[in-house]
Write a protein that binds this ligand. Sequence first.
Ligand SMILES: [Zn+2]
Length: 319
Amino acid sequence: MSFSAIKGQDRPVEIIKSYIKNARMEGGYLFVGPEGIGKKMAALALAKTLNCLEAKTDACGHCASCLKIENGQHPDVRVISGGEAQLKIEAIRQLQKDINLKAYEGIFKVYIIDNAHTLSAEAGNCLLKILEEPPKKSLIILVSDKPSLLFKTIISRCKILKFLPLKREALEEVLKKEYKLDVQFAHFLAYFSEGRLGRALKLKDGGILAKKNNLIDRFVLSPRPDMESLAQQDKEDVRFSLNLLAAWFRDIYLLKVGLAEQEIINTDRREELTHSARVFSFFDLETIFTNLSTAIACLEKNVNTRLLLFNLRMELWKA
Ligand SMILES: [Zn+2]
């Protein structure tokens, strides 16, 4: 992972590069922004660049140091993460011991604390002490998508870099250009990933297009809808399926009002959409939208998913 591999985050990457160029890297950094946007990638790219044996402004990606960092085997670069579980003081005490030792083979010691909002109060206090007097040639990079949960005292000791979601069109371009996805798929993914490239790639690898078409075929277009398989999904999956359905009916609505082609998300099912636009009235569609948003709201309240889907499907059928 190098800076050139991080797409659509030109601003924070440029700032980091300017810090490197002006030899202004030291102490604590806080990379914030939504999940799946490239914060941790940027932290690793920074660790690599600072320790790269061949390049100075971006990691070469193939020297011994870059390869060790890539494989998580560099003795001077550590990623500390407990997922969403609380980060306990032991992990930070270890960091404290380690950061004061001379670098084994690198130039900079870099500690990346992922999900830094999970630090316990004790761990946070310990970290604060390190941040108050960080040893030379060492960096601590905190990464978080929930900065409001971080201790204010810690935030005040860090340089903050914000990573923002991409605009839908920009994400679509990245997916087409860098990941060689066709226009239809890139358009679809960009719509569902809220400007987060990591999320888009996860959806792609999870076979989202096949899942979406399966849902449309079995739940919407089939005269005998298969509600069981949908009802058996967990809450998150049901919510996502409801959003896929909302996007489907949104497309039908847009076609009905004659909106430009580039607004349609399910372009791979153009024929069925056109047909549905003739079948459904505006009133039908408005009822469906209301029912879908009620269903999404009801999911939060732990209502019976099977009943909820049944009612929803009855509405779709009636229309
Ligand atoms: Zn290198």
